[in-house]
Design a protein around this ligand. Sequence first.
Ligand code: ZN
Length: 456
Amino acid sequence: MPRTIRIRDTLSGGLRELEPRDDARVAIYACGPTVYGPLHVGNARPYVVFSLLKRYLEHEGYEATFVVNVTDVNDKIYAAARKAGKPSEELAQEMTRRYEEDTARLGLGRPDSEPKASETIGQIVDLIQALIDRGHAYATGGDVYFRVASFPGYGKLSNRALEEMDQGEDDVPRSAAVKESPHDFALWKARKPDEDTWWPAPWGEGRPGWHIECSAMAEAILGLDFEIHGGGSDLVFPHHENEIAQTEAGRGRPLARIWMHNGMLQLDREKMSKSIGNITGLSEAIDAVGPEVLKMYFVGAHYRSPMPYNEAELDQARSRVERIRDLVRRLDRNGAEAPEVAQVADRFFDELADDFNTPAALAELFPWVARAHSRLDAGESFGPGRLPEMLHVLGLESLLEEDAPPDEAALRLLEEREAARRERDFTTADARRDELAARGWQVRDTPDGPRLVRGA
Ligand SMILES: [Zn+2]
């Protein structure tokens, strides 16, 4: 019997059963980064959550397609490019490359499709034209705006009263002056003298607004009424509210069935002082703790919960990673299946079927890890059984790999640590040990002398 998978749907406000459009195919579209600067560690949360959700759906027998867009046309990019003194297209390309490099380091593979707004202009223009033709949008002075009053369902995602809905466009006095209503939002913005990226369109040269980009990219790749639209909870309003309005008004059909939102990272400035928690760039965070610890950190909280980001949380993730690494080292790869692991795996995957509850799944896994260690202590011997299946869905399959031999730089640091210890210079010895930890190596003192093993 396949599991029934339920996901909390922001639109209906309740748990909704996953019902694929056809057969066993499921599509996930998650809003990706606006490429105006390097990725923040908080931007990695949706990337990790939805990548792992795809793995879980595949585990359950679905054929899953995962799309993450790149917003490479946006006000923030023009502003950052002006500040950096380079063309906006160049800055966007540079930051797209960095985004790809940084997320690749997470070790989760790439999404199946990564559309760029700049490569979807034809579909965007087509959707805007459909909205104008149906009376849901109007061109004025080279801009085009969505007429919010024409769409009765407006506000159904964020459940806000109209007067509480600020599109965040009023800092542009020009748009405030030409809009029919302050609630209307931009679909197309006329080219401004200091903007160096623009396209021709029936209503004048310019470039798309942010919200219409996602409606068009998602439809272009996945069609309409696809299964799961995801993103951070900060996107519920106005971004996703506007995506829903544009697609339903322009096409007469819903964009997606389930709207799934992850909570934000909470940076605790006080606790963060002089800790690794003050590292907020994704690439720097991976340098500091390694990709496994970061992934373990993310799955340690329910995806919907706001999540504190600080040293203590990362430490807990690190010790969890180490407990599994240690266990893997002690298992006999070709041994008989570990006791209980099959039942533990069943319960683990049951928990994920209930709104992708990763902390509840971990609460099945870790007590078993402790029991397995005790059995090994008592002299039993067994193999990993279904442990790899669980680790794969957590994005932690690399913990199963044999330790790669240490590189030359690591061996040199180890030598320096030993030399310092012989001279009783423990400050230097500790500093070398910390440098090794930063590179993902732990020093183990064995009867044959010190040895490097993987682990920060
Ligand atoms: Zn989006």
